[in-house]
Design a protein around this ligand. Structure first.
Ligand code: PMT
Length: 395
């Protein structure tokens, strides 16, 4: 139920605007207070009276009309909202908000709120696939806005493909899920590291490893969903930063060391990254030319970030990973003690479904209290939840 929740529903000018009426009706049945803001274009598709009758609240359509209350209307709604929902969200509204344009009641209100904002996307398939639109969506996701993705089907314009507004029950379910997800990490700060690091040899070459960042990004995503303020320090990956996390991009182990040291004032530190243990002793400013002879690269030891954090830690729950190919238990337990960890997540990277790159992992958790818990092959998001639940139990 959504009893007592204040939901501001923005309606924009798309053919699917009529479905927003069904969404309002469903939200009301769940007990929500619904306040509708319509863009001028949307009034061409559905009348304000429809939304006024369904929401039982005055519908705002133009920011320059006489205020119905003494309060500045857009600031008042922005403050009152527990959640913003834009149905349908056209390419136009996405483009405006992604680029900071606030030129009507809806855009100014969305930009003035700190409430979560959900966009239920709907548009022509070609518009949906347009890289400009997709990059605007990524930009908004980066800033923590939520997308309710469209389905595929035959659109009003006759095209067949992605762009069809999600069904009203799916949209309302996304709102219910948002409010019903437990937030055991609310008020807690979590630092996560992810991905590989790169150690430059010369301007064109580097040493790295197979880490994709998926394990660390999954932990950051789940921690954010559980209500934590998340800092994700990531080496170079192909992944987009998860919604709503503070993202710190790094290149080398030395960069990662610095970023971690600057962010130690947190409640938990989870080091899923695979930082390179060695860097090149002497970086060549110029491209090294090949010769017929054997070439030797001299390596220097990088700092062990986790070990250094283990020395400095006070109240933080410290979690390490161990990526091993043999003697998993022995090496994991050694790292647990040497790095002063609360627990370590060991993965045998030679196992089917475990370790680098894939969407799954096979892990065993070794606790400093001596306990050991092994898990079957699970999605990395599930592994992330298990790790975070253990962190929570230790807080
Ligand atoms: O990124 P994915 O493709 O999803 O793959 C996931 C993973 C295999 C990278 C992940 O599950 C994992 O095991 N991460 C740790 C990889 C690693 O560096 O393991 P290690 O045993 O060498 O290091 C032990 C711990 O010390 C790790 O927590 C590591 O982050 C940390 N470390 C290592 C070296 C170093 N110089 N500084 C560190 O802090």
């Amino acid at each position: 139920m959504l009893t007592g929740k204040n939901i501001v529903l923005g309606v924009t000018g798309g053919i699917a605007a009529y479905k927003a009426a069904d969404v309002v009706s469903r939200l009301k049945k769940q007990g929500a207070n619904v306040y509708v803001i319509m863009t001028e274009n949307s009034t061409q598709f559905v009348s304000a009276l429809t939304f006024q009758s369904l929401s039982q609240n005055y519908v705002v359509t133009d920011m320059f009309e006489d205020p119905k209350t003494w309060d500045v209307e857009h600031i008042s709604l922005a403050k009152r909202a527990d959640l913003f929902l834009i149905v349908p969200a056209t390419a136009n509204i996405i483009g405006k908000i992604a680029n900071g344009i606030a030129d009507d009641m809806l855009t100014t209100t969305v930009m003035a709120t700190i409430a979560p904002v959900f966009f239920a996307l709907a548009m022509n398939t070609k518009m949906y696939e347009n890289p400009i639109f997709q990059s605007n969506v990524k930009r908004l996701e980066h800033f923590g806005y939520h997308m309710i993705l469209p389905g595929a089907g035959r659109l009003a314009c006759g095209d067949v493909g992605a762009g069809k507004l999600a069904e009203p029950e799916v949209i309302v379910q996304a709102v219910l899920d948002h409010f019903n997800t437990p937030k055991p990490l609310l008020g807690k700060k979590v630092l996560v590291t992810a991905g590989p690091t790169r150690e430059a040899i010369d301007p064109v070459r580097y040493i790295t490893n197979h880490s994709s960042g998926k394990m660390g990004y999954a932990i950051a995503t789940e921690a954010h969903k559980m209500g934590a303020e998340v800092i994700l320090v990531s080496g170079p990956t192909q992944l987009s930063p998860p919604n709503g996390v503070k993202f710190v991009s790094v290149e080398s182990t030395a960069d990662m060391y610095q970023a971690v040291m600057e962010n130690l004032d947190v409640d938990a530190i989870i080091k899923a990254a695979a930082p390179a243990d060695y860097r090149i002793s002497i970086y060549s400013e110029e491209k090294i030319k090949k010769s017929d002879e054997e070439m030797l690269l001299k390596l220097a030891k990088n700092p062990d970030i986790l070990k250094e954090v283990g020395k400095l830690k006070t109240h933080q729950i410290l979690v390490g990973f161990a990526a091993e190919t043999h003697n998993v238990e022995v090496y994991a337990k050694k790292k647990l003690v040497e790095k002063n960890l609360d627990f370590i997540v060991a993965n045998d990277v030679t196992k089917e479904g475990a370790g680098f790159n894939g969407d799954t992992n096979v892990v065993t958790l070794f606790d400093k209290d001596g306990s050991k818990t092994a898990f079957d092959c699970l999605e990395k998001s599930e592994v992330a939840k298990i790790i975070l639940e253990k962190v929570i139990s230790k807080m």
